[in-house]
Write a protein that binds this ligand. Structure first.
Ligand code: MLT
Length: 250
């Protein structure tokens, strides 16, 4: 079972972090009222031990659904940053009935290009040789543009393990294209992206929205890849409005 944090009362939101984060990524979102915030640690990140075998996207999806089962939650809003978004797209294929709304944050539906896949294998080799730290150091400025948030963001990545990071890179390298999956979405969706996201830029957010029947897109001025952490007040206001629109049926 994945380790997770669970706080607040109201509409349940399952928050899924990206690479190489942890449940701490969503600490700022616990300020969103009238919601229950379930924040998981994927295998080898935060407080969840590393996987014994590669989970792949299907394994991450199954582990997230097992948390919902354990909590007795038939349906939730799922919210994921980057790799967390890739996992949500797998959940949409595996268990669409468990999802009553989507919040996709700084992510994309496309599979890796050959060049991106090559880069992942180089990253894996670097982690095997030098451990997690150089990759974490390299990613930090891409995550948050606001320099005052960089030290706090280090804590989000502090517990990433080499086996967890390698398994995540392999899962991302082999993930399928999710264009058809998004075309089939029938629940309300909110897509957020940092204006200065160098990994999954705003054009990815707009393209995902164009695939879906009912998606609202919000670009967060000045924010980088972890836009929820970089511009938390603005991010939380937009999510609160989305939750309100769901409960009013708008
Ligand atoms: C993430 O933030 O989860 C990763 O940067 C996504 C990726 O490498 O594609």
């Amino acid at each position: 079972m994945l380790s997770f944090l669970d706080s607040g009362t109201g509409v349940p939101i399952l928050w899924i972090h990206g690479f190489p984060h942890s449940a701490a990524l969503f600490e700022p979102q616990t300020a969103i009222a009238r919601a229950r915030h379930i924040r998981i640690d994927l295998p080898g990140f935060g407080a969840t031990p590393p996987p014994v075998a590669d989970p792949g996207m299907a394994g991450y999806s199954a582990a997230a659904i097992a948390v919902l089962d354990a909590l007795g939650l038939p349906q939730v809003i799922v919210a994921g940053v980057s790799m967390g978004g890739y996992i949500i797209m797998q959940m949409l294929r595996d268990a669409p009935d468990r999802i009553r709304g989507l919040i996709l944050i700084d992510t994309r539906e496309q599979a890796d290009s050959d060049a991106a896949r090559e880069d992942r294998f180089k990253t894996i080799a670097e982690i095997e040789r030098l451990g997690p730290q150089p990759v974490i150091d390299h990613m930090l400025p891409k995550m948050v543009a606001d320099e005052t948030r960089r030290d706090p963001f280090r804590r989000v990545m502090a517990a990433a393990t080499a086996p967890g990071m390698i398994a995540a890179q392999r899962a991302m390298a082999s993930r399928p294209d999710s264009t058809a999956t998004l075309r089939g979405v029938r629940v309300p969706a909110l897509i957020l992206c940092g204006e200065r996201d160098p990994i999954t830029p705003p054009e990815d957010a707009r393209r995902m929205a164009s695939l879906m029947r009912s998606a609202r897109v919000e670009i967060l001025a000045g924010a980088a890849h972890a836009s929820n952490f970089d511009r938390p007040e603005e991010f939380n206001r937009i999510v609160a409005e989305f939750l309100e629109s769901l409960s009013s049926g708008a």
